[in-house]
Design a binder for this molecule. Structure first.
Ligand code: AQP
Length: 325
């Protein structure tokens, strides 16, 4: 069984970009791989946040992941700050990471534009900590969305640099994408993202979900109800592909092209399908919120397993680097 690692930030709502771009994969592969999933709270602190809210965010995200189908019998779920070796290895990786490569990371550029008042060093070295997250567990595969590909390329380079300088410890982790690694937001253009305000949460109430869908952009060339639409460019149609039965998707495809269905009805059908899809997840999530001990037990078990692997990796790292007495 190959080892898989992936993480998600407790930086706000769990949205359907996270769900379709990453979490779906997390759930699908847990039978065939040894999966380690992490709530990456040290990453989340690179943006402004309220410390008082963080414990709830961490708990709620962990509960949400379990509700989405992460199975603690099959996969390990834990919180990053419970395993101090993440930051220890990140420091070591700082010493082999080329400054030039780090400066070329596009996420740093876009995040710093969004946070002009708080362009911190942690935001800059975020990909180094991410490399440490993955390589601490010597993971060979990382299921993520397309936005993370550049970071993963850097993690491979860091592994190569470390191995070349000190001797082989780390594999070069490969990226695992879902069939749609980039989910667009309600604007139909940009990546769905909490910070862009174009997202739909997994646990949206039915009322809010329908309201958000009503505001979503469709085919920009379809101006009136009688214009034929092009499902290929419509984000609502893309979402039907995930949530509606294939017959409905085919019907909508034909009807939209012939202007037999308008965007309002098309969105209503999508709303029906999404409400049905997410109902069991919302229900399970509510149960877990009501019984926090279950979630804490899962996270404690995850912490213990991960601490053991992390200690083993750091022992190998220290030996190779001569950091021993
Ligand atoms: N729109 C997306 N399409 C596909 N995959 C996505 N992911 C995030 N957005 C999309 C994937 O979700 C996983 C968790 O990533 P994260 O914790 O880094 O989430 P995020 O980047 O915090 O999500 P946001 O909404 O984009 O946050 P902000 O706005 O704060 O930057 C990753 O595998 C990611 O690829």
């Amino acid at each position: 069984m190959s080892r898989v690692f992936s993480g998600i930030q407790p930086s706000g709502e769990l949205h359907i970009g996270n769900y379709l771009g990453a979490i779906r994969n997390w759930v699908n592969i847990q039978d065939e791989h040894q999966c380690i999933y992490c709530v990456v709270d040290y990453h989340a602190i690179t943006a402004e946040y309220r410390p008082k809210e963080m414990p709830t965010r961490i708990f709620d995200l962990a509960a949400g992941l379990l509700a989405c189908g992460v199975d603690p019998e099959k996969a390990t779920l834990f919180v990053q700050s419970d395993v101090p070796q993440h930051t220890e290895l990140a420091w070591i990786f700082n010493t082999v990471t080329p400054m030039g490569e780090l400066s070329r990371q596009t996420q740093f550029k876009s995040k710093s534009e969004q946070n002009l008042n708080n362009i911190n060093v942690g935001l800059f070295t975020y990909p180094v900590l991410q490399a440490a997250d993955i390589l601490l567990y010597r993971a060979s595969h990382v299921p993520v969305g397309e936005d993370q590909e550049q970071h993963l390329e850097l993690s491979r380079e860091i592994a190569r640099k470390f191995n070349a300088r000190y001797g082989k410890v780390f594999p070069e982790a490969r990226t695992m994408f879902t069939s749609t690694p980039r989910i667009r937001g309600l604007d139909g253009k940009a990546k769905m993202s909490k910070s862009l305000g174009n997202s739909i949460a997994v646990d949206e109430t039915e009322k809010r979900l329908r309201k958000k869908l009503a505001s979503a952009f469709t085919d920009p060339n379809r101006v009136t109800r009688t214009d034929p639409g092009d499902p290929k460019v419509c984000n609502i149609f893309t979402l039907h592909g995930f949530f509606s039965p294939s017959e409905t998707v085919q019907e909508i495809d034909g009807a939209c092209r012939k202007a037999e269905i308008g965007c309002v009805d098309c969105k209503k059908k999508l709303g029906d399908a999404m409400v049905g899809h997410f109902a069991p997840i919302r229900e399970r999530w509510a149960e877990l919120r009501a019984d926090p001990t279950q979630v804490h037990e899962v996270l404690n078990t995850g912490r213990d397993r991960c601490q053991a692997i992390a200690a083993d990796t750091m022992q190998r790292v220290h030996r190779k680097m001569g950091l021993v007495r």
